[in-house]
Design a protein around this ligand. Structure first.
Ligand SMILES: [Zn+2]
Length: 325
């Protein structure tokens, strides 16, 4: 039992790669972050390999050779087949990432979408242990959700279910989303959305918020701090974000009838926005959400990494089951 009882989780998101060594109880034994400037699918495999090499050099495996590697990725993932699809729908060709990494490392490798992965961590170690019907919503640079209905994560026919960041939620700012629609919730309440809102609205409201150059982003923490001090622009940004998120949550509650809604991600991690969201939830709409609209019990900043570990663990469990049959 001393050997092969840890797992490697890797999360490749827009701006960073995280690697961690995770045990079966969901403890992160060691982790490292790598900042990324830009990557596409062609360079992703090389980035993962280089980071893994560096991570191992840093002290090899802490608890012996890991049993498996799990990778959480943005975009669409066929987790059963280990295939990663292009993020851009115009260039949809599949990459057999799990197999390529397995061959390169000699360790079984499994992959999943990052939000779907985090939801696995919630099921394994978080509030998902107590319910078969919950919604997990990630509010970071973007917004996405996973609907767990009757114990199953909804995935859809193109592995694209849960892209709820592109729902319109009754808040009108006048921002066009890259998807083509106006005022998607992601353009209002994600960290990128708060930045876009601030740039668009700052001419209409007094503010002490510093608007950085294009290419840089406003500080969400600063928006919250100034909001508490009564800054007119920051109050408007927070109010729009809270209204948009509350409507998103209530719409999703009507869709899947969960008993708990779990939030994670950098925008909600400190609990400030969550308090304002709760104030806008209507009692009738959320009367069956008995577990509440809550922040994840797992570290909201590390939940994706734990999720990648859960992908590795689930993959091995499934493989063992398959062998038994
Ligand atoms: Zn959109």
């Amino acid at each position: 039992m001393e050997k092969n009882n840890t797992y490697i989780g890797i999360v490749l998101s827009g701006y960073q790669l995280m690697i961690g060594e995770i045990d079966t109880a969901g403890n992160i034994l060691r982790m490292k972050e790598y900042r990324l400037n830009f990557f596409n699918q062609e360079s992703a495999l090389e980035i993962i390999k280089t980071s893994l090499d560096d991570f191992r050099k840093d002290g090899a495996w802490k608890a012996g050779r890991p049993a498996a590697i799990g990778v959480g990725l943005i975009g669409r993932v066929n987790a059963d087949e280990g295939i990663w699809y292009q993020i851009d729908p115009q260039r949809t060709y599949p990459i057999n990432l799990a197999q390529e990494l397995t061959e390169w490392t000699g360790i079984p490798c499994f992959i999943d979408n990052d939000v779907k992965s985090a939801t696995r961590a919630v099921i394994k170690w978080g509030l998902g242990r107590e319910t078969d019907n919950f919604i997990y919503i990630y509010v970071g640079t973007g917004i996405a959700a996973s609907l767990v209905i009757d114990g199953k994560q909804v995935r859809g026919s193109h592995f694209n279910a849960g892209e709820v960041g592109h729902l319109r939620v009754g808040v009108q700012v006048g921002l066009k989303c890259p998807c083509g629609r106006m005022d998607c919730v992601e353009t209002i309440a994600s960290s990128v959305g708060l930045d876009r809102q601030a740039r668009f609205l700052h001419r209409y409201y007094d503010t002490r918020l510093e608007i950085p150059r294009q290419g840089e982003r406003i500080s969400v923490g600063e928006v919250f701090r100034l909001c508490q001090q009564g800054d007119p622009l920051c109050r408007k940004l927070v109010d729009n974000a809270a209204e948009a998120m509350a409507n998103l949550i209530m719409d999703l509650v009507r869709v899947s009838d969960p008993d708990t809604v779990i939030l994670a991600g950098e925008v909600v991690a400190d609990g400030f926005l969550l308090e304002r969201i709760r104030e806008k939830l209507q009692a009738v709409t959320i009367r069956f959400v008995t577990g509440g609209v809550v922040l994840t019990q797992l570290d909201p900043r590390l939940i994706s990494l734990l999720g990648a570990g859960a992908v590795a663990m689930d993959g091995m469990e499934q493989r063992k089951k398959g062998k038994k049959v």
